[in-house]
Every structure is written in structure tokens, then in C-alpha cells.
Design a protein around this ligand. Structure first.
Ligand SMILES: [Zn+2]
Length: 143
């Protein structure tokens, strides 16, 4: 899992907070402890890798999406589920694609067409990640 930061630099205020809260939320929902945990922080940003050998990939993706749907910071995070055969997509599960944090259209389309000003996108992400400061104990929302 990693914050989805438009433009550069890839580090942004509260990025580590957001990942810490997302990790807690994800592990709380799956009620399982990871076999391997690695957190990478460098100029490409922050990325947390968790390995769950016995977790079903589709279940993991659904839970990842629940975490991504957390109001506020969840929308600024990407949680990818990677299996031996590749990445599990929302489409694989028959779910709609992620929407853009700014306009609600499909996020991939906005990214490809560069629909938004990078500084405005960064400000939006900054605002979303600022929610982590007041949201240290995440509830499970409506799941
Ligand atoms: Zn958009």
C-alpha cells in the first residue's frame, strides 16, 4: 500500500501517518498477522509491503477496497493485491474502477489525459491525508 501522490516530490505531509492507519485498518479487518513486512521510504515515496501466505486474493482485494473507501485519507491511498500470477484488479471482481479524487470520473482516464493541474491534485491529496491527524483510531465505517 502507498499514498498516490501526483507530481513531485513523492513525499508529502502525513504520508507515513496515512500508511500506518491504513495498515492498522487492513490488518484489523482481515484479523491476520502478516508473514513478512517491509516498509520502503525513499525518493519514490513510501510503500508498505505485507505478505499474507494464506489470505485469499479476492478477499484481500475487497478488504483493500474497503480501506481505500475510508472517507478522507483512504481516497489518497493505493492498496494493490499482488499474487504469483499478477495484480488483482477491481475489474477482476466485477467492481467499478476507482474514481478521481477531484472530479469523480474514472481515475485512470484523468491521469492519462492529465485532466487536472498537478498542484491542485497535490493540494487535494494533502487535504485528504490531513484527515489522518484527526483520525488516529479508524472505525470500520459501514462495512
Ligand atoms: Zn478527474
Amino acid at each position: 500500500m502507498m499514498p498516490n501522490i501526483p507530481g513531485y516530490p513523492k513525499r508529502i505531509e502525513n504520508d507515513t501517518n496515512a500508511v500506518a492507519i491504513a495498515e492498522k485498518s487492513f490488518k484489523c479487518k482481515i484479523a491476520m498477522k502478516e508473514a513478512v513486512r517491509a516498509c520502503l521510504i525513499n525518493s519514490a515515496g513510501i510503500a508498505l509491503l505485507l505478505l499474507f501466505p494464506s489470505l485469499d486474493a479476492a478477499d484481500a482485494k475487497k478488504i483493500g477496497i474497503e480501506v481505500e473507501n475510508t472517507p478522507g485519507w483512504g481516497r489518497a491511498l493505493d492498496i494493490d493485491i499482488i499474487t504469483r500470477t499478477g495484480i488483482v484488479s477491481r475489474k477482476d471482481l466485477g467492481l467499478p474502477a476507482r474514481v478521481c479524487v477531484m472530479c469523480g470520473k474514472e481515475a485512470k482516464i484523468c491521469a492519462r489525459e492529465r485532466s487536472h493541474n498537478v498542484e491542485e491534485l497535490r493540494d487535494t491529496v494533502r487535504r485528504l491525508l490531513a484527515c489522518t491527524v484527526s483520525d488516529q483510531a479508524p472505525s470500520s465505517s459501514e462495512s
